[in-house]
Design a protein around this ligand. Structure first.
Ligand SMILES: *Cc1c(COP(=O)(O)O)cnc(C)c1O
Length: 366
């Protein structure tokens, strides 16, 4: 079976981890600093702050922007649940705005109608590695006095009109094992704002600047040097890994010709890094996934339920108010696109897709 993702770890990562182990200094130290410098350079900003995961990155970024109870944050219903959960963790309320179906990101024409006196921030997600419409989002934020916190967990190395993700305001990355680059687990926050960066460094370390003196309520969200060593080597391979993802996506685009399979769209001016290559199946998506599995092609659904439809959000009183996201979540299917694929495997994936026998969706069969 061709897996949907596979981390590519080599002798460089092994040597880097071994060097940290042998140094006896495992906790946050020089390796974390080097990884932070690398991220700041990649994103073209002054500060990068490493933390334990993409989720803690989002949580601390919101806290650093002083978002909490009674505040609202506008975000997308079509993402991994951690995006909205990070807002709930602060006591604030996520407000969901629907998506555009061509590239699955926030529909910027619907954002302003969702702004209330309580709105404090917009949290766009660069889903699957395709940056959201950042120019429009920054204009809306400025006009309404809102913070912007990018969820760039899936978009390290992507660019919007020449600007790297992580360059617009405060942004959060994930270094989880299936992401474009990994440290095992890990997260990174980038910002050009000195005060936000300082707050983030306090929040990740018990609110402490001087050891055993605590200025504010903080947490322990420090990354270890063991993780940072892996992440630092992976960051050096980021451009090459992304280039292979893009080449695999281009080959899939060329080879897939099935009329009921809509291939991923890329908007003008976008450098898409294909964290996922997600097609839309016009018909019985789950049957298509089964046929692909039988042909040796692993697939995945990111994500089968939109966030407001998740049981925890239903319990909180959220309703289905984002019809495009709800429909798209029944159509999408991610095909393998990771840099470990061989050209033969890419051809095998496309052949299996072109051979799909797709039944019309139930709603249209009536
Ligand atoms: C992976 C991911 C996260 C969470 O990152 P972790 O490192 O797994 O905590 C948040 N948002 C999105 C869009 C993600 O893909």
């Amino acid at each position: 079976m061709i897996p949907i993702s596979r981390p590519l770890l080599g002798p460089e990562e092994e040597a880097a981890v071994l060097a940290v182990l042998r140094s006896g200094k495992l906790a946050q130290g020089e390796e974390v600093e080097r990884l932070e410098q690398g991220f700041a350079e990649l994103c073209g900003v002054r500060h990068a702050v490493a933390v334990t995961s993409g989720t803690t990155a989002l949580f601390l970024a919101l806290l650093a922007h002083e978002i909490g109870p009674d505040d609202e944050v506008i975000t997308t219903p079509f993402s991994f649940v951690a995006t909205a959960n990070s807002i709930l963790m602060t006591g604030a309320r996520p407000v969901f705005v629907d998506i555009d179906e061509d590239c699955f990101n926030l529909n910027v024409r619907q954002i302003e109608a969702a702004i209330t006196p309580r709105t404090r921030a917009i949290m766009p997600v660069h889903l699957y590695g395709h940056p959201a419409e950042m120019d429009a989002i920054m204009v809306i934020a400025r006009r309404n006095g809102l913070a912007v916190i990018e969820d760039a967990a899936q978009a390290v190395g992507a660019r919007y009109r020449g600007r790297p993700t992580g360059n617009f305001s405060t942004a959060c990355f994930s270094l989880y094992a299936t992401k474009n680059i990994t440290s095992g687990e890990g997260g990174m926050i980038t910002t050009d704002d000195d005060a936000i960066a300082e707050k983030l460094r306090l929040l990740r370390n018990h609110g402490s600047r001087v050891r055993y003196y605590h200025e504010c309520l903080g947490y322990n969200c420090r990354m270890t040097d063991l993780h940072a060593a892996i992440g630092r080597v992976q960051l050096g391979k980021c451009e090459a890994f992304n280039a292979r993802r893009i080449a695999n996506a281009q080959l899939l685009n060329q080879l897939i010709t099935h009329p009921q399979v809509i291939k991923p769209q890329v908007r003008p001016g976008i450098h898409h890094v294909f964290h996922q290559y997600t097609v839309r199946i016009l018909g019985d998506r789950d049957a298509a996934a089964q046929q692909l599995a039988a042909a040796g092609v692993g697939t995945a659904i990111f994500y089968p339920l939109t966030i407001p439809n998740q049981p925890i959000y239903r319990e909180l009183g959220y309703q289905a108010t984002t019809p495009v996201a709800d429909r798209v979540s029944t159509e999408i299917l991610a095909l393998p696109v990771h840099p470990g694929l061989t050209p033969d495997e890419v051809h095998q994936i496309a052949r299996a897709v072109n051979a799909l026998q797709i039944e019309a969706p139930l709603a249209q069969a009536v």
